[in-house]
Design a protein around this ligand. Structure first.
Ligand SMILES: [Zn+2]
Ligand SMILES: [Zn+2]
Length: 133
């Protein structure tokens, strides 16, 4: 499967199967995405190929670990994310697949910041803040 930015110069090729999507309602994800929540699907970094030019922005996440997002310098779409907590993984923004049939998130985190009108399927695991590990 392929995810692309709005203008198409930044792309990610990911495996057809696997990956688990997480919805995050935290304020930083709201600002990053410009949406009421962000949804990112995580894969093994070795199984994902990024093509094109990206700029990166790193912030310190609530967990205390650096969280880096990669975005297209032309159109501004966030395409990928990495966290120092899971160096072997990479996240791809679900909206960048442009696929309304993409599987629903398995987890919903930072529900304490969730916009009240946003509802997710009952099977989604919910956490008030980050996942307890
Ligand atoms: Zn672009
Ligand atoms: Zn977040």
């Amino acid at each position: 499967m392929e995810a692309t930015c709005q203008c198409g110069q930044l792309r990610a090729i990911v495996p057809d199967q696997g990956g688990s999507a997480v919805a995050c309602h935290c304020i930083a994800c709201q600002k990053r995405s410009g949406s009421p929540f962000g949804v990112i699907v995580y894969y093994d970094a070795a199984s994902v190929t990024i093509i094109g030019e990206a700029r990166e922005y790193t912030r310190i996440a609530d967990s205390g670990a650096p969280f880096t997002t990669g975005f297209c310098p032309i159109c501004g779409t966030t395409l990928y994310a990495r966290t120092a907590r899971h160096p072997g993984g990479i996240g791809i923004t679900v909206g960048a697949f442009g696929n309304p049939a993409f599987p629903a998130p398995v987890r919903s985190v930072f529900e304490e910041c969730r916009h009240e009108w946003v509802s997710l399927p009952d099977r989604v695991q919910r956490f008030p803040r980050g996942r307890v590990e």
